[in-house]
Design a protein around this ligand. Structure first.
Ligand code: FHN
Length: 442
């Protein structure tokens, strides 16, 4: 059927994935860390003994929160126990390969000494540049750094949700320049930055600025070749976000997978993508009380495996306390996930979608550029028989536990191109990995 294609000036400028080395690195990360830290961490979702039931980093917008109280709280932001090197070492031990750090969340407070506003870390009792410490410490550990930046800014008087009057437009012109200046400043001050992670870009004011957002994205990429920017940044000239009026992704990867994971490969439309996830049900900044379910390490590992099996990365959020320390639950998860990754990361790093039919025991991943498929096994059936059914023209040559190379597992052939691998049916506390060496053939 004939497809209606609109001629767009500010739609996608590329169809399909980026093919450069920077993006290949991004694609291979597998596991990442997100950190939400700022003035909201001082409250931890609480004010005078009452708990806000929204996400803790949104507490400024709670009806019970006087703006004056929130907006002067930075005068108490003095993270005596903050040690960026310790943060980076914890992340390294966990096995994450990139971090996304909040330079400025919706409240507008800047964790770097921006010269375009006074509402920054430089004017807190702490004074020192936090973004620089994070960028330096993580880069030193070999973890790539991405800067989270909220365009929506509750502190800047020129921010507008919509442009309804001339006055709105004039204010928003100033706001756009402010945004461009801050982004330029970040890239110039922290040249190790690999990408920008945008947020707070959903309001009409921004959606009506398609030409500006497009030009700004191109400018940032010229300033910083290789820079990675997801689909949350800009809008086309019709105000479409993520995908343009022709349904083509705008941005280097799909950024819509927040607290949700695609179920099938068809859901990702051939795009690069990552999933950002909270440990509690919702809430990114520090929350004194985690209400409801919070995820176990095995659930987190399963989400990681699921994302990688569908060609994406999994990014787990941490919300440090205002003093710069992590709550014990997060420390434990980082440690346990890291212990698992130490043994099994071969099945997570530089892996991609296999195209093999999913089976109930877990997830397949494939080492990019190699004839190696991993089975990350979460659910062993009571029979102990794990079914595998390779994609067309693929045969399994050998199977062995990742922890016992050289000790081949026997493959029982079934008559429809499938096989069984028989394992013990009980006794597992954690997922395990079986390596399949494959070759062409049928
Ligand atoms: O409103 C924010 C929220 O506080 C948090 O930063 C998340 C992280 O992906 N992004 C926004 C909601 O989409």
């Amino acid at each position: 059927s004939a497809q209606q294609t609109k001629v767009l000036q500010h739609g996608a400028h590329r169809v399909g994935k980026r093919t450069d080395a920077e993006m290949a690195t991004w694609r291979g990360y597998g596991l990442g860390q997100f950190i939400h830290w700022g003035v909201y961490s001082l409250f931890g979702g609480e004010l005078n003994g009452n708990y806000y039931n929204g996400a803790a980093e949104w507490i400024r917008s709670w009806k019970d929160m006087p703006h004056g109280v929130y907006d002067s709280a930075y005068k108490q932001f003095n993270p005596a126990s903050f040690n960026a090197t310790q943060w980076a070492k914890m992340a390294k031990q966990m096995g994450v390969r990139y971090v996304t750090f909040t330079t400025k969340h919706h409240d507008g407070f800047c964790l770097w000494p921006s010269k375009y506003t006074d509402y920054t870390i430089a004017n807190s009792p702490y004074k020192k540049d936090i973004v620089k410490q994070v960028v330096d410490a993580y880069s030193k550990e070999g973890i790539d750094v991405y800067l989270y930046f909220s365009v929506m800014d509750w502190h800047n008087p020129d921010w507008r949700y919509d442009l309804k009057t001339k006055e709105d437009s004039a204010a928003f012109e100033r706001f756009k320049l402010f945004t461009k200046n801050q982004l330029t400043e970040l890239l110039q001050q922290y040249p190790q930055t690999k990408g920008l992670w945008f947020d707070g870009t959903w309001d009409n004011s921004w959606k009506k600025s398609g030409a500006f957002t497009d030009t700004l994205e191109q400018y940032l990429k010229t300033l910083h070749p290789g820079l990675i920017i997801g689909s949350r940044f800009r809008a086309d000239e019709f105000g479409n976000r993520h995908v343009d009026a022709n349904g083509v992704l705008m941005g280097d990867y799909e950024q819509g997978w927040e607290r949700k994971i695609p179920k099938t490969y068809a859901d990702v439309h051939g795009n690069d993508w990552d999933c950002v996830m909270t440990i509690p049900e919702n809430g990114w900044g520090y929350q004194k009380k985690w209400l409801g379910h919070w995820k176990s390490t095995n659930e987190i590992l399963e989400m990681t495996a699921q994302c990688v099996s569908l060609g994406g990365n999994f990014v787990l959020n941490f919300g440090p306390r205002a003093d710069g320390t992590f709550r014990p639950e997060e420390v434990t998860i980082a440690k346990e996930a890291g212990d698992w990754m130490k043994i099994n990361s071969a099945a997570i790093y530089n892996c991609e979608y296999t195209g093999w039919e999913k089976q109930d025991w877990g997830y397949y991943t494939k080492k990019t550029g190699e004839n190696k498929v991993y089975m990350i096994v979460f659910n062993v059936p009571v029979s102990g028989s794990l079914k595998i059914k390779p994609a067309k023209n693929t045969l399994v040559d050998k199977a062995y536990l990742l922890t016992a190379p050289g000790k081949n597992l026997s493959l029982e052939k079934l008559d429809y191109g499938a096989s069984f691998i028989h394992v013990s049916s009980t006794g597992y506390k954690q997922p395990f990995v079986i390596v399949l060496e494959t070759k062409e053939g049928s």
